[in-house]
Design a protein around this ligand. Sequence first.
Ligand code: SF4
Length: 78
Amino acid sequence: TYVVTENCIKCKYTDCVDVCPVDCFYEGPNFLVIHPDECIDCGLCEPECPADAIFSEDDLPKDQLAFVDLNAELAEVW
Ligand code: SF4
């Protein structure tokens, strides 16, 4: 699955949402998140993000690991 990370916080762009074929982006308190069960791993959103905030879970920088759980939690709550 793909994960939205720290650089998304307060980002105003929604290019990622526009390209996602399954509409699995959800709004968190001040950043977007990806629903891990709905993401089909197509990878289309990653190059579209102007803030470079989207990573495949497999390529996630170590200091962004907490965002795996944050995406999952916030996608269900919001
Ligand atoms: Fe949507 Fe594809 Fe990005 Fe997953 S990888 S969030 S399905 S655009």
